[in-house]
Design a protein around this ligand. Sequence first.
Ligand SMILES: [Zn+2]
Length: 243
Amino acid sequence: MKFPVVVQGLLLLTFCSLASRAATYAAKIKYNTSAVRDPGKLNVHLVPHTHDDAGWLKTVDQYYYGSETKIQLAGVEYILDTLVNELWANKDRRFSYGEMAFFSMWWERQDEEIQDRVKQLVDEGRLDFINGGWVQHDEAAAHYVAMIDQTTRGHRFLKETFNFTPRIGWQIDPFGHSSTHASLMCGALGFDGLFFGRADYQGVFSILKASTVQLLELGDSCNAHLCVTVKHAPSWASMESQR
Ligand SMILES: [Zn+2]
């Protein structure tokens, strides 16, 4: 059965999310993998998540408070207010948050009642943190020391606030990807998986065509799933025409 390219991408995400790594990480990880795929249906796994640039078209404060709407309609404060309300209203909802620069700004402005509510959402796994750095760093232009420092800052906030340690890398918008990042995030940091976007179109096409998941192996210290997201992949129309 031939699925459209976008659906294949979603299927790839499905497989990445559910594929078992129990043999390697059994002692460390307890993922809920009780969901099973129904072979008679199209199985789609959606991951509601953030990608908040901490400064791109607007400044950090302009993004946070939602000002300068003529430049861009983005107000992170309202996203987080809504997110927590909606998660609290329905136990079946899940969300993955990425960038601590904005989350910590919002957190510091909440009263004790909201903070307790968020802590409960985190404890119950309804609010998850992916990547968990201060920002989602660029992989080509940033020095490796800056990568370590900004990731440490975000992870320290999560550890001190929620006793939470991120397990999944979420690099869905850097322009290019480096072995330095993969080595640091998967090997040194111990992420279980790395999702990334803006991949080279030929690489994405070959993965989609083979309908396989690539495994990133960088020696004994790095053994994580490598998953490509469909967002920001270039020229889907031309890729379709190559199939
Ligand atoms: Zn971005």
